[in-house]
Design a protein around this ligand. Sequence first.
Ligand SMILES: NC(=O)C1=CN([C@@H]2O[C@H](COP(=O)(O)OP(=O)(O)OC[C@H]3O[C@@H](n4cnc5c(N)ncnc54)[C@H](OP(=O)(O)O)[C@@H]3O)[C@@H](O)[C@H]2O)C=CC1
Ligand SMILES: O=C(O)C1=N[C@H](C(=O)O)C[C@H](O)C1
Length: 271
Amino acid sequence: MADLRLVVVGAGGRMGRALVRAISEARGVMLVGAIERAGAPTLGRDAGVLAGLPALGVPVLDDPAAAFAKADGVLDFTTPAVSLAYAALAAKSGLVHVIGTTGFSAEEAAQLEPASRSAVLVKSGNMSLGVNLLAALVKRAAATLGPEFDIEIVEMHHRMKVDAPSGTALLLGEAAAAGRGTALNDHAARGRDGMTGARREGDIGFASLRGGTVVGDHDVVFAGPFERIVLGHKAEDRMIFARGALKAAQWGFGKAPGLYSMADVLGLTDI
Ligand SMILES: NC(=O)C1=CN([C@@H]2O[C@H](COP(=O)(O)OP(=O)(O)OC[C@H]3O[C@@H](n4cnc5c(N)ncnc54)[C@H](OP(=O)(O)O)[C@@H]3O)[C@@H](O)[C@H]2O)C=CC1
Ligand SMILES: O=C(O)C1=N[C@H](C(=O)O)C[C@H](O)C1
């Protein structure tokens, strides 16, 4: 079978560079395009060199349409507005669109629906095996422990992260809510400050810490009467997300159009 031809958008970013490295070390995939925004300082640089590798002969360019025309899939870790624009373009070209971008509002997330009618989208707040397994465990724990166990999700990330709570924290919150048979939207307690009053029963609380170079730490605390269970994950290298994204692109190629998750990719939906 021919190699899957991939474009990395946001190729100069932290995840963009990790994705280029992951593609260069994997079998069955090849980098055919590297895209950055118009005016980016990385334009014209070799994507391999930018990622700390020998030159790959793929320059960073600002013409996504030309790159998408010769590709099978696009790996996208950028911003919500940028990912929405690329979703429309990728669907037009029939590409698998892997979206790792976080920070979508509910309204923005809903705008992916038209693209998902004609193309394969795989979107997840976390592409690692470990976090997706953790989500399945959290769902099970929430279902088992019942309402007298309060659920709090604590995350810490590097000082450059721009959205909170993290996409992973929200994914874990969704899993906890699903385990309880409730909707996260009705129970999320985000950003407590001042005279908040006592904790509402059934709430799922979020706390976000930012600092240094932390790749991504998440703890889900189940605090019950006189005992606590903490389920957690610590990401040590962005390559775990990049390798997951590659797996998603390979899994999605040839699938029926739709919006899929990493749980679909990893076969974790029925746990
Ligand atoms: N799902 C997962 O597993 C993971 C998700 N993420 C998420 O991925 C996203 C990116 O994270 P990170 O790599 O740290 O962020 P960075 O800011 O390092 O990277 C984003 C890149 O996208 C570029 N960009 C901006 N506009 C465009 C455009 N129109 N076309 C192409 N590129 C563009 C930015 O350029 P410039 O800086 O010049 O604007 C930047 O180089 C975040 O939402 C983060 O939360 C991160 C890790 C794992
Ligand atoms: O911005 C990051 O860095 C990360 N973002 C994702 C998130 O919002 O959860 C995944 C990972 O934790 C790193």
